[in-house]
Design a protein around this ligand. Structure first.
Ligand code: SAM
Length: 268
């Protein structure tokens, strides 16, 4: 690893996740790896020609060719085998719908228990400008359980369907644009963290990009391990996760005081 940053309960590694994964045994993995070669970057040149996105900075980031490599079969298999061996909870991986069966096969081959493919619906996704097929308005999330016993989550009978715009309220289209070409909405990641993990547990994201999983994790009181190999995105992740720590509610920073400590008699 060429750099390691420790920010509160978050440890961030700059480098290739293959070189460091064996050092972690997190409770859960929640990650957004690059897509497979077939889908990686598809449509971005078309998006670059549209004036649909009003904010120039957002348009520039989202329309640029992807500057990271597609996921290889070897890396997907490596991730799944490590997670099944080292984690005690969920392995959630964003992927394209067409790759769900491949992810399922890799997760099961690694030893994890397949649970379901969920969907993130993107109401503000770009239209299909070629006009020759429907636009892609969602991404899939492959979910497998790595623990010994049966899987548990906090959602009861809730559906695995999540609807969030690509930009958090007040964050995109002029209000502090996304900083990574495939940045996930913080509110989506916060819901996944709430539903699939418990306070005090640890979450790893081996492909953290601008660190959105980490932001959601530290804001919810989870420990976080993140890896990113591009130094520009690593720096963005460090800054965002540090800001997330600073913005944690004050009551989390200081344990609640008993009434007598506050000088309030119970007046029996
Ligand atoms: C789809 S993006 C993640 C975006 C992230 N969810 C966000 O909200 O910003 C995938 C990231 O994985 C990184 N990456 C690709 N291969 C990697 C590897 N072998 N080790 C570590 N990072 C890698 C890429 O540089 C890219 O930033």
């Amino acid at each position: 690893m060429s750099r390691v940053e420790v920010i509160g309960d978050a440890t961030l590694y700059l480098g290739d996740c293959r070189d460091v994964l064996q050092e972690f045994s997190p409770n859960h993995v929640i990650t957004d790896p690059p897509y497979e070669a077939e889908a990686h970057g598809a449509g971005r040149r078309l998006l670059g020609r549209t004036a649909e996105l009003k904010d120039a900075r957002v348009r520039e980031i989202e329309a640029a060719p992807l500057d990271f490599d597609a996921l290889t079969e070897e890396l997907r298999d490596h991730l799944c085998a490590w997670a099944a061996e080292s984690c005690s909870g969920w392995l959630l991986a964003f992927c394209q719908a067409e790759a769900v069966s491949t992810w399922r096969a890799a997760m099961e081959a690694g030893g994890a228990k397949w649970r379901r493919a969920m969907v993130w619906i993107k109401p503000d996704s770009s239209p299909q400008l070629s006009g020759d097929r429907p636009a892609q308005g969602y991404e899939s999330i492959a979910a497998a359980w790595c623990g010994n016993r049966g899987s548990v989550w906090n959602g009861g009978g809730k559906r695995g369907v999540f609807t969030y715009g690509k930009h958090d309220p007040g964050m995109g289209h002029g209000g502090g644009a996304n900083e990574h070409p495939t940045q996930k909405p913080r509110l989506l990641m916060a819901e996944l963290v709430d539903l699939f993990t418990q306070e005090g547990q640890s979450i790893a994201d081996p492909f953290m990009g601008s660190g959105t999983t980490g932001v959601a994790a530290v804001q919810a009181g989870r420990r976080f391990f993140g890896v990113e190999r591009d130094p520009r995105y690593f720096d963005i992740a460090c800054r965002r996760i540090e800001q997330a720590y600073k913005q944690r509610p004050l009551f989390e920073a200081e344990p609640a005081k008993a009434p007598e400590q506050l000088g309030l008699g119970l007046g029996v």
